[in-house]
Write a protein that binds this ligand. Structure first.
Ligand code: NDP
Ligand code: 2IT
Length: 454
C-alpha cells in the first residue's frame, strides 16, 4: 500500500474504525469482526461509490435492534436464579433474521454482536433469503439436570416468543444449544402461541426438523476444505487433520473427514486436547458422540479409555498436521499457534467455529499463502441447512437425506465460487477473507440501496 489512493483508503478504514470503537465501547470481539470486514469492504466501496454515498457499511454495523431481558428460573434445590438473555436482530434486508442461540457463561453483548454481524454476511453467501441475527444467554448448561435446562428454556421463551416468528426471526442452536434445548424452546413457543410454525431450526425429526441439519456445519466445513483443495489440484485423501472442540461441529467434521478418506488425530474441550496418532476411527467417534451427546462427559475420558496422549490445558495446534479445523470457539487460535501450524507443514485451515483465528493468526496464514477458509464461508453449511429446514416447513414436505446433502454440497460449491470471484488474485492465490466479505456484502448492500434510507 504505497500509492496515494491506498493511503486514502487506509485513512478511511481508520476513521471508520475509530467511530465504531467509540460507539461500541469495550466490545472487543465486535470491533475485531467489523475491522476484518472493513479491510475488505472499504477498498471495494472506493470502486463502487454508491455504497459509500449511501453509507451502507455505517448502517450495516448498527444492529436493527437488540432485545435484552432477564430470565428467572428455579433450580432443582429450589434456589431462584436470574440470568440475562439477548436477541440481536442485526439486519433483515434479504430475509427474516436468522442465527443461533448460544448458552455459555461467557456470553455478553459484544460476543453476540460479533456473531450477529458475521451471520449477515454468512447468510448472504448461502444464496438463501436469510437476514442475520444471534442470541443467547449467560446461562451455563454444564452440570445442570435436564429439568433445570427445561425450566430455563421455558422461561427464556416466555419472553422471546413475542420477538420471533417464521417471517420475523428464526433462531437455532449454537454453543450449548442442541437438540435438547431446541425441543424445550419449541415446545414452549407452541404452547404460548398455539401455533405449529417453523420458528426454530434444528428441531427434532418428529416435529419439523430436517435430515442432515445436525451434521450440516461439520459436513459443510469439510466440503469447503475439499473445494479449496480441489481448486489447487489437491484432495482430502490421506490428509492428517487436527480438529478442536468435541461438540456438534467437531463431531461431524471428524465424521465427514473419515467419509472422504482423511483422518482426524485430535479433539478437545475447554479442559484440554486428546492426541490419537492412529486417528479417530468410526468406533472411537461413536464413543465420543455418546460421551458428549448422552453422558455429557469430558474429552480426557477418551485418552483414558483408548490409551492415547492427553494434553491438559492445551489446544490441538501444537500437533503437526496437514489441515486444521478449529471447531470450538472464538479466538482459540492465535498468531503463535498459527506460526506453529505453518512451521509444522499445515497447508490449509477451514473454520468450523466463528472467528476462531485471531487477527494475527489470519495474517500468518495469508502471508504463508496457505489456504485459509474463514468461518463465514467455511461453516455456512449449518445455517444453509437451517434455511432448507425453513423451506421444508413452509411447504410441509420433508426431503430425503440424499436430497438435503446434495443441496448442501451445491451451496458449499457456490460459496467457494463467490470467494474465488471476489478474492482470486492474479498469482492464483485465493484470499477467502476478501472473497467472503465482499461476496456476502454485495447482495445485502444492493438490497439496502434499493430500500432507500431506512
Ligand atoms: P457445542 O456446544 O456443541 O460444542 C462446543 C465445543 O467447543 C465443546 O467441545 C466446548 O468444550 C468447546 N468450547 C466452547 N467454549 C469454549 C471455550 N470458551 N474454550 C474452550 N473450548 C470451548 O457447540 P458447537 O459445536 O455447535 O459450536 C462450536 C463452534 O461452531 C462455535 O464457534 C459456534 O459458533 C460455531 N458454529 C456452530 C454452528 C452450529 O450449527 N452448531 C454453525 C456454525 C458455526 P466444553 O464442553 O469444555 O465447553
Ligand atoms: O453460527 C451459525 O451459523 C449457527 N450457529 C447456525 C445458525 C442457524 O440458524 O442455523
Amino acid at each position: 500500500m504505497s500509492s496515494p489512493a491506498n493511503n486514502e483508503i487506509r485513512q478511511e478504514i481508520e476513521r471508520f474504525m475509530a467511530k465504531v470503537i467509540k460507539r461500541n465501547p469495550g466490545e472487543s470481539e465486535f470491533h475485531q469482526a467489523v475491522r476484518e470486514v472493513a479491510h475488505s469492504v472499504i477498498p471495494f466501496t472506493f470502486d463502487h461509490p454508491v455504497y459509500r454515498k449511501e453509507k451502507i457499511l455505517e448502517r450495516l454495523t448498527e444492529p436493527d435492534r437488540i432485545i435484552i431481558f432477564r430470565v428467572s428460573w428455579e433450580d432443582d434445590e429450589g434456589n431462584v436464579r436470574a440470568d440475562r438473555a439477548w436477541r440481536v436482530q442485526f439486519n433483515n434486508s434479504i430475509g427474516p433474521y436468522k442465527g443461533g442461540l448460544r448458552f455459555h457463561p461467557t456470553v455478553n453483548q459484544s460476543i453476540l454482536k460479533f456473531l450477529g454481524f458475521e451471520q449477515v454476511f454468512k447468510n448472504s453467501l448461502t444464496t438463501l433469503p436469510m437476514g442475520g441475527g444471534k442470541g443467547g444467554a449467560n446461562f451455563d448448561p454444564k452440570g445442570k439436570s435436564d429439568r433445570e435446562v427445561m425450566r430455563f428454556c421455558q422461561s427464556m421463551m416466555t419472553e422471546l416468543y413475542r420477538h420471533i416468528g417464521a417471517r420475523t426471526d428464526v433462531p437455532a442452536g449454537d454453543i450449548g444449544v442442541g437438540a435438547r434445548e431446541i425441543g424445550y424452546l419449541f415446545g414452549q413457543y407452541k404452547r404460548l402461541r398455539n401455533e405449529f410454525d417453523g420458528i426454530l431450526t434444528g428441531k427434532g425429526l418428529a416435529f419439523g426438523g430436517s435430515l442432515i441439519r445436525t451434521e450440516a456445519t461439520g459436513y459443510g466445513t469439510v466440503y469447503f476444505m475439499e473445494n479449496m483443495l480441489k481448486h489447487r489440484g489437491d484432495g482430502l485423501k490421506g490428509k492428517k487433520c487436527t480438529v478442536s472442540g468435541s461438540g456438534n461441529v467437531a463431531i461431524y467434521t471428524i465424521e465427514k473427514l473419515l467419509d472422504l478418506g482423511a483422518t482426524a488425530i485430535t479433539a478437545s474441550d475447554s479442559g484440554g486436547t486428546i492426541h490419537d496418532p492412529n486417528g479417530i476411527d468410526r468406533e472411537k467417534l461413536a464413543w465420543i458422540k455418546e460421551l458428549k451427546e448422552v453422558r455429557r462427559g469430558r474429552i480426557s475420558e477418551y485418552a483414558e479409555h483408548f490409551g492415547c496422549e492427553y494434553l491438559p490445558g492445551k489446544r490441538p495446534w501444537v500437533v503437526p498436521c496437514d489441515l486444521a479445523f478449529p471447531s470450538a470457539t472464538q479466538n482459540e487460535l492465535d498468531g503463535e499457534d498459527a506460526r506453529t501450524l505453518v512451521d509444522n507443514g499445515c497447508i490449509g485451515v477451514a473454520e468450523g467455529a466463528n472467528m476462531p483465528s485471531d487477527a494475527d493468526a489470519v495474517s500468518v496464514f495469508q502471508e504463508a499463502k496457505i489456504m485459509y477458509g474463514p468461518g463465514k464461508a467455511a461453516n455456512a453449511g449449518g445455517v444453509a441447512v437451517s434455511g432448507l429446514e425453513q423451506s421444508q416447513n413452509s411447504s410441509r414436505i420433508a426431503w430425503t437425506r440424499d436430497e438435503v446433502d446434495g443441496k448442501l454440497n451445491k451451496i458449499m460449491d457456490d460459496i467457494h465460487e463467490q470467494c474465488v470471484i471476489y478474492g482470486g488474485a492474479d498469482d492464483g492465490y485465493v484470499d477467502y477473507v476478501n472473497g467472503s466479505n465482499i461476496g456476502g456484502f454485495v447482495k445485502v448492500a444492493n438490497a439496502m440501496v434499493g430500500y432507500g434510507i431506512v
